[in-house]
Design a protein around this ligand. Structure first.
Ligand code: SF4
Ligand code: SF4
Length: 187
């Protein structure tokens, strides 16, 4: 049984490599809830996930429920790798390297975190994680993403293409499974 106690190294890697292109070809930045967009410069904030359908000539989502910060290096990271927003940083930064995916109904660990990358082998499962602060923030993310009023079709705003791209449920699962950081499931 793999037991792991998370100790953040304050390396800043996760705050300086925010934009990722998945193997399914989607380029995405830092996940932001609607009430967190004001924390970032307006010109660097884009929609991230949308749902429903609006417009025939130019189909797009009827509702945006997640936004994203589109810069690779966060404007709030100091030279000493401290977060200027802490403790009021975005929810995704408070759960990281834990994330919650409604499609899987599970919390997962990201090997984008250098601590996790060095401590978890490919395909290894972690059965016991000690990360009280990060784990305490996951239910809030779970609650938001599971809230249920969202309806298909689903969309992502691609930072590279600068447009809405339809997202099928199958793509969502692939997007999670194929994410370059090779996520590790928690039981
Ligand atoms: S808000 Fe803070 S924790 Fe989040 S990416 Fe920026 S510097 Fe890092
Ligand atoms: S990459 Fe991991 S170890 Fe490094 S600062 Fe981010 S959370 Fe901490």
């Amino acid at each position: 049984m793999k037991r792991l106690e998370f100790k953040c190294r304050r390396c800043g890697h996760c705050c300086r490599n925010l934009v990722k292109t998945t193997p399914t070809g989607r380029t995405l930045g830092l996940f932001l809830l609607p009430n967190e967009t004001h924390l970032f410069p307006k010109d660097d904030v884009y929609p991230m996930y949308g749902c429903g359908l609006k417009g025939r000539a130019r189909p797009r989502p009827a509702q945006i429920y997640v936004y994203q910060y589109g810069r690779n290096v966060c404007c709030h990271i100091t030279e000493e790798n401290l977060c200027k927003l802490h403790p009021k940083k975005p929810l995704i930064c408070r759960t990281f390297p834990l994330m919650y995916y409604p499609e899987l109904k599970e919390a997962v660990l990201s090997r984008d975190c250098l601590f996790m990358h060095d401590n978890i082998e490919e395909n290894e499962r972690v059965e016991k994680l000690i990360a009280p602060n990060e784990m305490a923030a996951v239910p809030e993310l779970e609650h938001y993403l599971d809230r249920g009023s969202r309806h298909p079709p689903y969309w992502t705003w691609d930072l590279e293409q600068k447009k809405w791209v339809p997202l099928r449920m199958k793509d969502m699962v692939e997007l999670i499974q194929d994410w370059p950081a090779a996520l590790r499931l928690l039981t």
